[in-house]
Design a protein around this ligand. Sequence first.
Ligand code: ZN
Ligand code: ZN
Length: 550
Amino acid sequence: MNNSDLSDILKAYADLSELHGGNAFKIKSFSNASFRIDKLPTPLETKTLVELEAIEGIGKSIAKVIFEINQTQRFPELEELLAQTPKGVLEIMRIKGIGPKKVATIWKELNIESIGELLYACKENRLVQAKGFGLKTQDAIIKQIEFMFANANKFHYAKAYPFALNLIELLNQIPSVTSTSLCGQIGRGFEVLDSVDILIETEEQSLAAQAILELPGITSSKEKISFQGYTIAFHYCDETSFAWELFRLCSDAQHAESILQRIGFPLPEVRDDEEIYEAADLPFIPVVLRDNRGEIELAEKNALPKLIEYSDLKGPLHNHSTWSDGLNTVLEMANFCRSQGFEYLGMADHSKSAFYANGLSEERVYAQQKEIFGLNQQWTDFKIFTGIECDILYDGSLDYANEVLKSFDYVVASIHSVLKMTEEKAMERLLKAIENPYTTILGHPTGRLLLMREGYPIDHKKVIDACAANHVVIELNANPYRLDMDWRHINYALEKGVMISINPDAHETAGFLDMHWGIVAAQKGGLTKEMCFNAKSALELDAWFKTKRG
Ligand SMILES: [Zn+2]
Ligand SMILES: [Zn+2]
C-alpha cells in the first residue's frame, strides 16, 4: 500500500471516530499522522515496526497500526466503524466543508441519512436552526451538493483514456467489426467526460453488438453499458458512412452543421475528414479545434494556428524533488529528462511556508542551488535551471525576501493556502503576485481539481491582462486533475501576447509524462510552439530569465 492510500485510511478512521464521538486525543493523533504520512517522501510499506516508530509525528500506537495494515491489508477498527455508519451518511462526509462534527448533527439530530435528504433540508432552511450551522454554511452546503450532483458519473480524460484504448483493442478482435475510432468528448480531447464514445464500423450491427456485450470487462444494464466502470456509448455505422459519422461525432454540432451547409446536398462520397474539408473548400481543421469557437472563420482566412506538439517541448519547468515533496532526487529527475531528449529541467520545489510539503528554508534554497550548480558541471547538452514554486501568501506577497528571490533562475508563484476565498480576495492576491518583479510564471491560476474542487473564483481576463503588463508567463498545469489554466482562456492570453508554459508539476519521474495531457488541452486552446514558453531552447530561456530579473 502506498503512503497516500495509508494516509487516506488513517484519515477515514479519524473522521469516523469523530462522527461516532470517539476519544478526542486519539482522533487528533490519527489525523496528524495521516497528514504527515501523505507528505513523506519515502514509502512506509516496507518499513519495520522500529523504523515506523522512529518517524516524527507518528507515535508508537499508530506505528503499530500502520505496521499491521502493511502486513494484513486490513484495519479492523475502521471496518467496525464503517459497518456502524449508513452509506448515505458516508456520502455526506464526502461533502467539502462539513467536518465529522457537523455530519453527526445532521445525522443524529436532524435524522438525515442521504445527500438527497440533506439538499432538501437545506432548501427548507432546516439547517439554519441547527447547532453549529447558519445561513452561510447552509448555502455553502447547497453549492457543494449541486457541484457533486453535476459531476457525478463523470470521468477524467486521462484516467479513462488507457481503458478506452484497451477496449478498442478488444473490439478490433471481433470478426464482424471492420473499423473503430474514439469519438465524442474523448475523441475531441475534453478534460472531463460523461462517457467514452466509440464509433464502430460493421456490416452486421446486431452480430457486432452481441459480441461486444460478451467481451470481458463489459457490463450492461437497461440504462447503460460500462467497461471496467466507465460508461461507454457505442455508435454504429457501415463502411460507406464511416467518414461522415466520425466527422459528425468528432465535431461540435454547430461546427458540423456549418461545414455541411458549405458543402451542400447531396453529400459526396469521402474517405476521411481531410476530404470533407476539401469538399467544404477549407483548410483541414484538426479535431481538437472543432468546438465552434471561431475556427471556421480562422480557416476561411487561412489563419488556423499551427498547434503545439509534444515533440516541440524542450523541457519541463515546474517539478519537485526529494528536497521538498517529490519522490526522486534532482539527479534522477535530470537523468530522466535527458533520456527523453529534453534540453533542460527546471526544478521548482516548494517554498518555506509550504511546511507540509517540506518547503525549502533560505538555507536549504542555497544548498539546493549549490547541488544544482555542481550537477550542471557534468553536461554540455543539458541544464538544470534553479527555480522555486513560491507560495503566494495571504496578502499576495511572495514567500521569500527579494534577496533570496533574486538567487533563482525563475519563480513559479502559486497559491496553496486558504483556497476558500471570494473573487475579490483571490484577485487581490494574484494581482499582487503577478506585479512582483520576481514572478516568472503564474502557477495553476485557480487551484481547481477537476471533479473534486471547483477552484477559487477569478476574473481570467484581468489576470491575463496583468500578466501581459508584467511579462508573466501563465502555467497550464498538465496534471490531468488540474489542467489549470483552463484551455478556454488560452486564446485571450495569446491575443494579449501572454506565453503559456505546459508544466507537469512532476513529483516523480513518471509525472513528466503528464505533459501529454497538457498538450491536448493546449491544442484545444489553439496554443502554438511560438507561444509555448517551454518550447523555447535552454539558451532562449536563460536570456528571458535574465531580462525578467533585470
Ligand atoms: Zn502547486
Ligand atoms: Zn507544484
